[in-house]
Design a protein around this ligand. Structure first.
Ligand SMILES: Nc1ncnc2c1ncn2[C@@H]1O[C@H](COP(=O)(O)OP(=O)(O)OP(=O)(O)O)[C@@H](O)[C@H]1O
Length: 341
């Protein structure tokens, strides 16, 4: 996906990323019996100071994409460019200085903080690792994420879920990254405190000029933060473009279904809307179907297409290309208006 020519060069560009995992038999031999096609040819650009939201239901390959980007998993194929460097070709040693610039914030603020370490030690750890430790910097970071610097000697269990996620964000920010990969950063949090953490992320982005790859299964979470959205289905991006365009007029029936589940604040409009309920589950990633992977759950395929039109969906995998609106879409029959079947 790309935007118009006046936009600056991307900070990170992924091209044709593939992430496959071997399936092994039980027992001693551990023979490879199949392959999980977790990520199958994903491409996107992340622009400076912007948020790209990677959205899709559980198991579609979002976290694997995030980990491929950070070289936490070696890609089976594809490229990740960061500035003028190709990240997939780097050894662990070559990666070390770059780790500072691309940081990961985990989903679960309970599991990702060591309960035996004080907040001072947690946030100080990356600073020490990079030879930049100063107690004042830890206090400054706590203040930056809206926590009381006086609480630096407390342990994670003394904080609420939202506060712990703020600690995780402070830890990621300690070494002055340019890019944050946020893997479902608020989905483990109570709905009532999500907005606070999302607002903090928005403020930090403005203040520090950060670029975010924001992974979420929930379009409503990314609605106010995302500049660009890429919708994933069964290891592939099926819809991609500016968030405003995608929300206003989703071209892919899967995006339309995801959006139909997002509540709208106006009660009258909310009552008038129809929800698109998708039957079934994601296809088995070990043997993804030929043709369009969404076909078996697609309300357009099932409800609107003539038999002759369905042949394309069965026989040819749609690739991401210019859709009827401003977004790119991988669908043989993209929608020009919100889908209601
Ligand atoms: N290490 C692994 N070995 C084998 N299969 C894996 C591995 N990691 C992920 N998978 C599989 O790859 C597919 C994509 O998983 P992934 O975690 O990337 O999806 P996701 O969209 O992030 O879902 P979730 O939000 O539940 O994490 C799933 O079928 C998952 O079971």
């Amino acid at each position: 996906m790309s935007i118009d020519s006046t936009t600056p060069a991307p900070v990170v560009s992924a091209r044709g990323l593939v992430g496959h995992f071997p399936v092994r038999s039980r027992g001693l031999t551990r023979r490879v019996t199949g392959v999980v096609h977790a990520v199958c040819g994903v491409s996107f650009d992340l622009y400076p100071g912007q948020t790209l939201a990677l959205v899709g239901e559980s198991g579609c390959g979002k976290s694997t994409t995030a980990r491929l980007l950070l070289n936490l998993i070696r890609p089976t194929a594809g490229s990740v460019r960061y500035g003028d460097r190709e990240l997939t070709a780097l050894s662990q040693r070559q990666w070390r200085p770059l780790r500072r610039e691309l940081q990961l914030v985990f989903q679960d603020p309970y599991a990702s903080l060591d309960p035996r370490m004080t907040v001072e030690a947690i946030i100080g750890e990356p600073l020490r690792l990079h030879g930049r430790y100063e107690p004042a910097r830890v206090r400054e970071l706590l203040d930056l994420v809206g926590l009381n610097p006086e609480h630096a000697n407390r342990f994670p269990h003394e904080f609420s879920g939202g506060q712990r996620q703020r600690i995780g964000i402070a830890r990621a920010l300690a070494v002055d990254p340019r890019v944050l990969v946020l893997d479902e950063p608020v989905s483990a949090l109570d709905v009532s405190i999500r907005a606070g953490v999302l607002n903090l992320l928005a403020d930090l982005q403005t203040t520090l000029g950060l670029s975010y790859l924001f992974v979420s299964h929930d379009l409503s979470v990314v609605r106010h933060l995302a500049d660009q959205v890429a919708v994933m289905y069964a290891g592939q991006i099926v819809d991609a473009g500016r968030a405003d365009d995608l929300f206003a007029s989703p071209a892919h029936p899967y995006t339309a279904a995801l959006l139909s589940a997002v509540p709208v604040p106006d009660p009258r409009r909310e009552r008038a809307r129809s929800r698109i309920v998708l039957d079934g589950d994601l296809p088995n990633p070990v043997s993804p179907p030929d043709g369009c992977r969404f076909r078996a759950r697609c309300p357009v395929y099932a409800g609107r297409l003539a038999e002759a039109e369905r042949v394309a969906c069965r026989d040819f995998a749609p690739t991401l290309r210019a859709g009827p609106g401003a977004a790119q879409v991988a669908c043989h029959y993209p929608q020009t208006a919100p889908t209601t079947v």
